[in-house]
Ligand binder design. Sequence first.
Ligand code: KIV
Length: 279
Amino acid sequence: MSRDPSADSRISAEDIRRRKGGVPIVCLTAYTYPVARLLDPHVDLLLVGDSVAMVLHGHATTLGASLEMMIAHGQAVMRGSARACVVVDMPAGSYEASPAQAAAAAKRIVEETGCQAVKLEGGVDTASRIAAIVAEGIPVMGHIGLQPQSVEKDGGYRIKGRTEDNIAALLSDAEAVEEAGAFSVVIEGTMEVVAAKLTRHISIPTIGIGASADCDGQILVIDDMVGMTVDRVPKFVKEYADLRGVMADAAARYAAEVRSRAFPGPEHVFTTASGKDKT
Ligand code: KIV
């Protein structure tokens, strides 16, 4: 993909890193061109999350995401945004085998999308992969706490930081991600008090989801935030709109008007032979 001409005016990963302890960093996921266009003026960071596999493609877990899927959605979000820092998730299977595999996959994502950074899950176990990607000059966002790519292994979506051992492991994970050179880290599904402690403990910004208002920023999945979630709405989600209801109502009214032939009306059809109709 050719270089994004707006790249220099975008918020960079380094800009995000410098916001530790400052005005909270506003992040949302985005997967498509029109949604990226709508969100871009309002957010600091757009994450092309591997949640796309569940939200848009109907997979049961994020394990349904592939590198090609992430690149296609990353390209769409880059086309639709000009200001936000765009981060693309590394899907399961693209970085675990070795640091070299992780670096190659991250390079491919950045070269083919033009995004500002990549994100990958894991703490101590993933630090060598983060370091290898950073060594290639690619900024990395970490992701600790509840890690959706591991839910099958973990036996479900389990909140982290409930035991002393787990709190110690989370502190080690946060330190490992920071030491490996990440510019920020997502803390997901973690006890409030622990997420706040992790935020105080490290010098890079923490981005919370199901974590704490004390994190340096917050992220939600866009479809959850606008009320498009079709199944259970998780506790940590606040719905700021009811697009589910709006779309269901629009579909019902459209269906009724098609069946009654009220749609299309005279204003929606072409009637002048001269071709001067508004298209
Ligand atoms: O894939 C995703 O959307 C994420 C966010 C929930 C942080 O990783």
